[in-house]
Design a protein around this ligand. Structure first.
Ligand code: ADP
Ligand code: MG
Length: 305
């Protein structure tokens, strides 16, 4: 079995040209461009909680980074550098090779360099910290929604949650295991969107975070939500409103930005749907059915509920 240092050298020491100093010292050194802010975010994936025992290592490498890239997208930041903290039950080289392949393949697509991390023995745990850059003062924060703004969502909702119950559905499984972070959209939304969040815990709950932080309410038409195709109406509602792990962007923008936002869809190859509006008042989501009646909606995912 390779030692800790062999693991790092063999699997996690590819060159990091965008860093002043990458893997191998006590800390990495990075330099954001002049006038840019650093956006920093961490996401932890735990076996048995975020993914099943025996999950495919290549997809895990992808997802561990993807969920962090999604946080950069939701801030409108360009991802640049990542660190990777790993607890591994054993030094399984086939597993490590596939995991590293999935991680580096996605990192290369988004121009991210792995610059450091930590490796230890323990229950399988994957923790990535990501650093991104954006022009000072332009971040898409959760507190930027204003009454009169439109509410928008990218892609389709519900596919990842559907995959948990229908593992044989290949399109849904792809949504769950290999989500595509909406980084290009996030960057294009700087200067257009007021607030943004990525849908990781379910549409209703994640929109709720924007409403709380912005001190506003929202009306959303269920019929207008972009939905992964799910035949069963009750299951569809649960997956679309409360299903996590979709990693689409949910954002608000003034009506004056409609044309500019619609113009992003074709070049990005990504559907952008206007699903409701922000209103003055208590931070509550009013969800309307096709007849305009209020709909009940289940809460989203909460690790401690
Ligand atoms: P230290 O004892 O100073 O924390 P380590 O022996 O843990 O150093 O790590 C040695 C080097 O390898 C450091 O540069 C660290 O950032 C890097 N490193 C450790 N584990 C990983 C990993 N899983 N992925 C990327 N870099 C790693
Ligand atoms: Mg260490």
């Amino acid at each position: 079995m390779p030692s800790e240092f062999e693991i790092i050298r063999r699997y996690f020491s590819r060159p990091a040209p965008s860093a002043l100093l990458g893997v191998g010292d006590d800390a990495a050194l990075v330099q954001p461009a002049a006038g840019r802010e650093l956006a920093v975010s961490t996401d932890l994936l735990l076996e048995g909680r975020h993914f099943a025992a025996g999950a495919a290592p290549r997809a895990l490498g992808h997802k561990a980074l993807a969920v962090n890239l999604s946080d950069m997208a939701a801030m409108g930041a360009a991802p640049r550098w990542a660190t990777l903290a790993l607890a591994l039950p054993s030094a399984d080289e086939a597993w490590l090779a596939a995991f590293a392949e999935g991680f580096y393949a996605l990192a290369a697509r988004f121009g991210v360099d792995l610059v450091g991390g930590d490796t230890t023995r323990g229950p399988l745990t994957l923790c990535v910290t990501i650093l991104g850059e954006l022009p000072a003062g332009t971040a898409l924060r959760r507190d930027g929604a204003r009454p009169g703004d439109d509410v928008w969502v990218s892609g389709e909702l519900g596919g990842a949650a559907y995959a948990l119950e229908h593992a044989q559905d290949a399109a849904a499984a792809k949504r769950l295991h290999e989500p595509e972070p909406r980084v290009a959209l996030g960057e294009r939304l700087r200067g257009l969107a007021g607030a943004a969040i990525d849908v990781s815990d379910g549409f209703a709950q994640d929109l709720g975070h924007i409403l709380e932080r912005s001190g506003v309410g929202a009306v959303v038409r269920y019929a207008d939500l972009p939905k992964f195709r799910i035949a069963d109406a009750a299951l569809e509602q649960r997956c679309v409103l409360a299903g996590g792990d979709d990693y689409e962007l949910l954002f608000t923008a003034p009506p004056a930005a409609r044309a500019a936002i619609e113009a992003l869809a074709a070049p990005l190859g990504l559907a952008l749907s206007r699903v409701g509006s922000i209103q003055a008042g208590a931070p509550r989501l009013r969800l309307l059915d096709a007849q305009g009646r209020a709909m009940q909606h289940a809460p989203g995912f909460d690790h401690f509920a």
